[in-house]
Design a protein around this ligand. Structure first.
Ligand code: AMP
Ligand code: MG
Length: 499
């Protein structure tokens, strides 16, 4: 056996694909080939992620990488497929969505033994494209790259970008834009909408297969056919995920059921954005006219989406429909309990509270009331509590347009810390470990993307990427990334789906 180690040559394939979705779930996807693009150019490669996936970054950074990550060539061992799924979009059900501009190349096992999907987004039309062109533009591709890395650095489960490739062709939206393809890495691309697709078609056998596959892949601690266990486990992960979004001030923007992953990862960065001044009604997405997916609605929308998953699982939960509904209802109630617990735990960490007290929630709520009334910045209010714990309250108080209420709250909080007899430095460190100084501010994201798209200047993107992937460190020397938006910017800021 002349393997690589014996011969000194690299016989090891670059991708050790093992494509279980294509192999084990026939009828769940369509084999497909990406469109050819004229001039693929690797714009960014995520070398750290490549290494995590046991891929050789050097082997990916040459012409092979540009060809593979544009879709011009399928990497050895790939079995490109377009996955079928359905979904509720803004509350209305579409029985067939599916990968209209994406292809799953295959799966690899990462350094931690985890199975990860490698997929292209923007790789051309598929049988699921409906009226779309199957393409993506460079701006939204870089946006997804940046946001995913920022979320990962914040400790929030997320899909991530492995590569961004410019295609050398124009895509037409309101105006011609440079085209691009994103390579997305995900724990899987199984969505609530995947279950809905087969449920809507009455395909009970396929639903059972999908349950068994999802349990084995994401919840191996459960029995293969345990649909009730799967529902509860998904509900728990979503509750905790959305609590993390809320704490980060993250607004997903398009929480349709096709954009909720069973793995519990954040998926599909389209019109997402981070909140500046605290207002639960904050919405940036231009298509979210009613504010369905506003920051403050996300927990209950998450529950609504889990309820849609529950509907598809009822026949597997119990042959008796009433009993099945009862169990699902209990799970949905449990979702809210789990959410509330995760949210409160996160707030307590941000307030530097060591011990638990029955008044913690009321104290946190009192701060939120002040923040909302006085237009305080979500991120900086918490971050500057670290300084306040050290006896430097000026930066915290400066967040509030009228500081009297905040000063009263601060006295109450300080009394609580004193009562706990918590070492102030320890409290401050705890606060700063839980409260980022740097988030992807909307004005900085737009600046970075327009420089990249309009003048091919990647320097602002790279600098912003470096800043948002080190969010908790002292921002000294990079203060500009920690500043709130310029006056009035967020108020008129609008984001788009990037389709
Ligand atoms: P999204 O809003 O990105 O979650 O996408 C919703 C649905 O629209 C999915 O089925 C996508 O595959 C499809 N879609 C989005 N953009 C395009 C496009 N440019 N071409 C074809 N299908 C698309
Ligand atoms: Mg989507």
């Amino acid at each position: 056996m002349a393997d690589g180690a014996a011969t000194g040559k690299t016989a090891q394939p670059v991708f050790g694909f093992d494509n279980s979705y294509a192999r084990d779930l026939p009828g769940f996807s369509v084999p497909w080939t990406a469109a050819q693009v004229p001039a693929p150019r690797l714009v960014r490669l995520n070398r750290a992620l490549a290494e995590e996936l046991r891929l050789d970054p050097d082997a990916l950074s040459g012409p092979d990488g540009a060809a593979w990550f544009s879709g011009n060539a399928a990497p050895p061992g790939a079995t490109p497929i377009a996955q079928a799924y359905a979904g509720h979009q803004f509350g209305g059900f579409s029985p067939q969505l599916g990968d209209g501009r994406a292809l799953l190349l295959g799966e690899v096992i990462d350094r931690n033994g985890q199975r990860r999907d490698i997929a292209l987004k923007g790789s051309g039309p598929t049988p699921f494209s409906r009226r779309g062109d199957g393409k993506a533009a460079l701006g939204p591709v870089l946006r997804e790259y940046l946001m995913g890395e920022a979320m990962h650095a914040l400790g929030i489960p997320t899909t991530r970008a492995l590569a961004a490739v410019a295609t050398g062709e124009e895509v037409f939206r309101e105006a011609p834009l440079p085209g691009a393809v994103l390579t997305r890495v995900a724990a899987s691309h199984i969505r609530v909408g995947t279950f809905q697709f087969f449920s809507a078609r009455g395909e009970a056998d396929k639903l059972r297969q999908l349950t068994a596959y999802t349990v084995a892949r994401h919840y191996p601690e459960l029995e293969p056919g345990d649909a009730a266990g799967l529902l509860a486990a998904v509900a728990g992960r979503q509750a905790r995920l959305i609590a993390q979004w809320m704490l980060a001030g993250f607004i997903h923007g398009v929480m349709n059921t096709d954009n909720m992953a069973l793995s519990g990862e954040t998926i599909d960065y389209g019109p997402c954005a981070f909140m500046g001044a605290y207002d639960p009604a904050t919405v940036f997405s231009s298509i979210d006219q009613t504010g369905r997916y506003a920051w403050g609605n996300q927990p209950v929308i998450g529950q609504w989406n889990v309820a849609r998953l529950a509907e598809t699982l009822l026949p597997q939960i119990d042959a008796d429909n009433d009993r099945a509904v009862q169990r699902a209802t209990d799970v949905l109630r449990g979702y809210m309990t789990e959410y509330e617990a995760a949210w409160l735990a996160g707030l307590r960490a941000r307030l530097g509270l060591g011990a638990t007290d029955a008044g913690d929630r009321a104290m946190a709520d009192a701060l939120l009331t002040q923040m909302q009334a006085q237009g305080a910045d979500w991120t900086l209010s918490f971050r500057h509590l670290g300084l306040a714990a050290r006896g430097e309250a000026t930066a915290f108080l400066a967040q509030f347009s009228e500081a009297a209420g905040a000063r009263d709250w601060l006295a109450r909080w300080q009394a609580r810390l004193a009562f706990e007899a918590r070492d102030p430095e320890e409290a401050a460190r705890g606060i700063e470990a839980a409260s980022p100084a740097i988030i992807p501010r909307n004005h900085l994201v737009e600046h970075a993307l327009s420089a990249a798209v309009e003048s091919g200047d990647m320097a602002p993107f790279d600098a912003l990427l470096a800043a948002v992937t080190d969010p908790f460190a002292d921002p000294q020397g990079r203060e500009g990334y920690a500043l709130p938006p310029p006056q009035g910017f967020d108020e008129v800021y609008r984001t788009f789906c990037g389709t």
